[in-house]
Ligand binder design. Sequence first.
Ligand SMILES: [Zn+2]
Ligand SMILES: [Zn+2]
Length: 137
Amino acid sequence: MTEAISVQDSAFPRQLVGIFSVFNSGCPVNIAPTSIKLSAPGGVLVRWNDGHEATYSYAYLRERCPCATCRDTPPVVKTTPDPFPIHGKDVIKVTGAAPVGHYAIQFNFNDGHATGIYSYAYLREICPCAGCRRQAD
Ligand SMILES: [Zn+2]
Ligand SMILES: [Zn+2]
């Protein structure tokens, strides 16, 4: 009498999940996110398949947009969040994202910009966490 119920977990885009390669020592070529949460506290929370995770603030991502336009003319974005977001339109936000193949993600920003393709390698390279920043110095 029991009916089978199939539950589909659609919490994450499937394209962002499923790379099972383990960290090659010293050569993180197979590093990929296992989840990307666009509206985490403080920005975009990225969890990686090697267990690493970090939150990228929206301004941080926007300033590092890798598209040709932004590399030529770095965007001016508000980096300090307003304590009272009355002028919320001034504060940069990610409004959406789409996976690009199996190697990158494209972010949509509330300033209308959406041409930046952030490869996972690039995302990981600019990881803003204290540990990665220290290594980058
Ligand atoms: Zn750009
Ligand atoms: Zn990091």
